[in-house]
Design a protein around this ligand. Structure first.
Ligand code: PNS
Length: 189
C-alpha cells in the first residue's frame, strides 16, 4: 500500500492528466472507451477486461460510479487507488470517478465506446437492457461487450467479498494489495 501522501499526489496527478489528455483528444481522433462500474473491489475478471480493452482502444478510462444508493465496502479513494495500482503497467489506462449517467460522463470525456464484460448468459439480460437504455440516451455511443476469459467466468466483486468475509483464500481472485485490504476490512476487532 502506498503512503497516504503519495496516494493523494497520485490522485491529483491523475486528475490533471485527464484534463490534458481530454484536451489532446479534441485535436486527434482517438478512440476512447469508458469501462464503468462499482469495482468494490477490482478483481482479476475486471483486470482481464481492462487489459484486453487497452489493446483495442487508444485510451480506456476505468470510471468508478459514485452511487448514493449503494453502501460500498471500500471508499471511493480506496477503490481508485486499488485500480491505479493494478493498472499502472498499462500506459493507455486511466482511472476516474463519476456521478450520474454513464453516457453524460462519456460525452464529457469525448468517449465513443462503453466497455462491459459478459461472464455468462445470466449477465446478458441486464447488460443488454443497459446497452439499449444507453443507446436511447446517446445514439453516438456504442456499448462493446467483451466476454470474460473462462477462468474468471464465476468471478464477481461480491463473490470475493463473501469469501474474504469468511476468511477464505482470495489470492487467485484479486491483486495482493486488494487481498491485504480485504483481510484488513474483515479482521476481527
Ligand atoms: O459494476 P456494476 O455495478 O455492474 O456497474 C453498473 C454501472 C455503473 C455500469 C451502471 O449502474 C451505470 O451505468 N450506472 C450509471 C447510471 C446510468 O447511466 N444509468 C443508465 C443506464 S442503465
Amino acid at each position: 500500500m502506498l503512503p497516504r501522501k503519495t496516494r493523494k499526489a497520485c490522485l491529483s496527478f491523475c486528475s490533471a492528466k485527464h484534463d490534458i489528455i481530454a484536451l489532446c483528444s479534441d485535436l486527434v481522433t482517438a478512440l476512447i472507451a469508458i469501462y464503468p462500474g462499482s469495482f468494490d473491489p477490482i478483481t482479476f475478471g475486471h483486470l482481464d477486461i481492462i487489459k484486453r480493452g487497452s489493446h483495442l482502444f487508444d485510451r480506456v478510462i476505468v470510471a468508478v460510479l459514485r452511487n448514493p444508493n449503494k453502501n460500498p465496502l471500500f471508499t471511493m479513494e480506496e477503490r481508485m487507488l486499488q485500480i491505479l495500482e493494478a493498472t499502472q503497467h498499462l500506459n493507455n489506462v486511466d482511472v476516474d470517478t463519476f456521478t450520474g449517467l454513464t453516457v453524460t460522463y462519456a460525452h464529457l470525456k469525448h468517449a465513443q465506446v462503453l466497455i462491459r464484460g459478459l461472464r455468462a448468459v445470466s449477465d446478458f439480460e441486464l447488460e443488454l437492457q443497459m446497452a439499449h437504455t444507453n443507446k436511447t440516451l446517446a445514439n453516438d455511443i456504442e456499448t462493446v461487450f467483451l466476454s470474460t476469459s473462462n477462468e474468471f467466468s464465476f468471478l464477481s466483486s461480491s463473490v470475493v467479498r463473501e469469501i474474504a468475509r469468511f476468511g477464505g483464500e482470495i489470492g487467485h481472485l484479486v491483486t495482493p494489495e486488494v487481498a491485504i485490504a480485504l483481510r484488513q476490512k474483515f479482521q476481527p476487532q
